[in-house]
Design a protein around this ligand. Structure first.
Ligand code: IMP
Ligand code: MG
Length: 333
């Protein structure tokens, strides 16, 4: 670490939640802070046989000694956040920036009823796009206006910057994925903010020179939910046959699937100035590698795939996910 930013390299659902949960357990950061859009994200991780999902809290929530922060650029749905705080018993270590925007029912209703959003873009229907539109119009409510959140309000950028000045470890968690970026993705089939590493840093209020490492997370194959192009997209039968058929954790929608895209990955490395790469779900591509934790024990095919990624992208693959449990991981750092 000390300041590590994680981002998705493709279209979201790369398995960032599990990577962040693993890093939180392993590296024990003082602070985990979420950037990204808001509760349109769904991060899943499993620990000791139990599956957890978060949409608002950082995926570091299982580490009781890590403070859980939400940056000013992130939209908050108070109901979802309060549920998660209760679920993780994180009442005394969750902090929300006073200037986080608030999603209200009307934003959700608009997201679900406007044809352009619902049918064309295929949004998650969680109200994030309409709320960010209102934020740009400067009519959106902020977290500091919500009595239910008063216990949790703080200046998150100050907390993060003071911790970094004191030499503490900070894990910055991005959501969505590079090609869902409002600026760098395939507009209009994108989310409502920039979600590359620079955007995530802006969300939490840290400048570019504060970051030590950017970890871009790629899945071993590509998936996408909602509208927009997907190069080399597989048929449903083929995706099923390969075990690549997935369902969205927020919307339950079936994800479209395609093989690993080296060109997209290369550009994602540049857009994010990635210094490390994580490849998740290697056990789906190489079932013989399931649950392995030792690089030397991976099959020749799996090693070759990782080495090809490193050769093409010019960045070291430091983490390799081999199963759903946090510790199903080859850690080459
Ligand atoms: P919105 O972010 O709900 O406005 O949706 C815009 C596009 O981004 C749609 O294609 C969504 O499916 C996609 N999207 C937003 N958040 C996520 C995510 O966390 N994982 C995967 N796709 C997402
Ligand atoms: Mg997801």
């Amino acid at each position: 670490m000390p300041c590590l930013v994680t981002v998705g390299g493709f279209f979201g659902d790369e398995g960032k939640g599990k990577i962040v949960a693993y890093l939180a357990k392993r590296d024990n950061p003082t602070i985990a802070v979420r950037g990204g859009v808001g509760p349109n994200a769904g991060h899943t991780f499993a620990f000791e046989g139990k599956e957890y999902k978060v949409r608002m809290l950082p995926s570091a929530a299982l580490n009781p000694s890590t403070r859980l922060l939400i940056g000013a650029g992130v939209l908050v749905n108070p109901r979802i956040l309060l549920n998660e705080i209760a679920m993780f018993k994180a009442d005394d270590r969750t902090y929300v920036d006073a200037q986080c925007g608030i999603i209200e029912q009307q934003h959700i209703d608009r997201d679900k009823s406007e044809d352009h959003l619902k049918s064309k873009v295929g949004t998650t229907g969680t109200g994030t796009g309409p709320a960010n539109a209102d934020r740009a119009l400067r009519t959106l409510k902020l977290a500091k206006d919500i009595p239910e959140l008063s216990l949790y309000i703080e200046d998150v950028s100050n907390s993060v910057n003071f911790a970094l000045e004191a030499g503490e470890k900070v894990l910055v968690e991005g959501t969505q994925g590079t090609y869902l970026s409002l600026f760098h993705g395939g507009y209009p089939y994108v989310t409502s903010r920039d979600v590359t590493a620079s955007g995530i840093c802006s969300d939490v209020g840290i400048g570019p020179k504060r970051v030590d490492d950017v970890l871009a997370v790629f899945k071993a194959y590509v998936t996408r939910v909602g509208g927009g192009p997907l190069e080399n997209e597989l048929s449903e039968e083929e995706a099923k046959k390969r075990g690549w058929l997935e369902f969205g954790s927020v919307t339950g929608r079936q994800r479209r699937a395609a093989p690993f895209d080296f060109e997209l990955a290369k550009k994602a490395v540049r857009l994010n100035s990635a210094t490390q790469i994580a490849v998740t779900k290697m056990d789906v591509l190489f079932p013989e590698c399931a649950r392995m934790r030792d690089w030397n024990k991976l099959s020749a095919g799996a090693k070759k795939f990782v080495e090809e990624i490193e050769g093409e992208l010019g960045v070291k693959v430091t983490l390799i996910g081999t199963g759903p449990e946090l510790d199903d991981m080859v850690d080459r750092r």
